[in-house]
Design a binder for this molecule. Structure first.
Ligand code: SAM
Length: 226
């Protein structure tokens, strides 16, 4: 998988993409992630990427030209199945959508700023618009990182135990069961006896029951999904 992230504040992206699971995935050649500074594609020596909104009103709008330039530059190199704009008015991201997008070979993620991007970018280039939730952030970098992280951990070979991702919350419409590690007793609080039994079938049953109980209590809507 190759992910190209377009941003006018690229430094916001650097550290989260340079550690832990994502860095290991890059090192193993399982994912390529490229960050592009939209300002590098702005005409003129001031590298201007935003301007006043037509019709007036508060805030600036990201201009169409620099974004069109970087997208076209990338499209000359390869085909992109997805050009995704992270936006609060997009489709809400969930695990099903992440699973579907994890099959994509090449994708562009576009992070907006200010009041957002000129509508013509959305009309002419964007294939999909995704929101990370019903709240407004200052920029699309954090949403782009959220999506990238969720995608990378699904790539085969990225997690040391591949089955781990399959049992995470939202896979199979269930939240995850509680997890424990050593010590078995902390200040009088014991871990559930079954986890020490070594009986694989009983442990699986306990985990399923716990996951079901938690889902019924916290997210009954998940159990009603198709
Ligand atoms: N005026 C826009 C609106 O009300 O829909 C909000 C613009 S927001 C201040 C600036 C940028 O942050 C957006 O262009 C988008 O890229 C990103 N952003 C903010 N909240 C987001 C969310 N919930 N999901 C995805 N992207 C978001």
């Amino acid at each position: 998988m190759r992910i190209d992230i377009l941003s006018c504040v690229p430094r916001l992206l650097e550290s989260p993409l340079s550690h832990s699971i994502i860095q290991r995935a890059k090192d193993k050649g399982l994912v390529e992630i490229h960050i592009h500074d939209i300002r590098d594609y702005a005409p003129g020596k001031h590298r201007q990427v935003d301007d006043y909104p037509y019709g007036g009103g508060a805030g600036m709008v990201m201009m169409v030209e620099p974004i069109a330039n970087v997208i076209r530059h990338l499209q000359q190199e390869r085909d992109y199945e997805e050009i995704i704009y992270l936006s609060p008015d997009g489709v809400r991201l969930d695990q099903k959508l992440v699973n579907r997008l994890s099959l994509t070979q090449n994708m562009i993620l576009l992070a907006g700023h200010y009041k957002g991007i000129d509508q013509r970018v959305r009309d002419l280039f964007v294939t999909r618009e995704i929101s990370v939730g019903d709240y407004v952030l200052s920029g699309g970098e954090l949403p782009a990182l959220v999506l990238t992280d969720a995608l990378v951990r699904l790539i085969p070979g990225v997690l040391s135990d591949e089955s781990s991702a399959l049992f995470d919350s939202f896979q199979d419409q269930l939240l995850d069961a509680p997890v424990y590690t050593r010590p078995a007793e902390f200040e009088g609080h014991q871990i559930p006896e079954v986890l020490l039994s070594g009986h694989e079938k009983n442990i699986q049953e306990w985990r399923y029951e716990q996951a079901l109980k938690k889902t019924q209590e916290r997210r009954p809507d998940l159990l009603e999904e198709d």
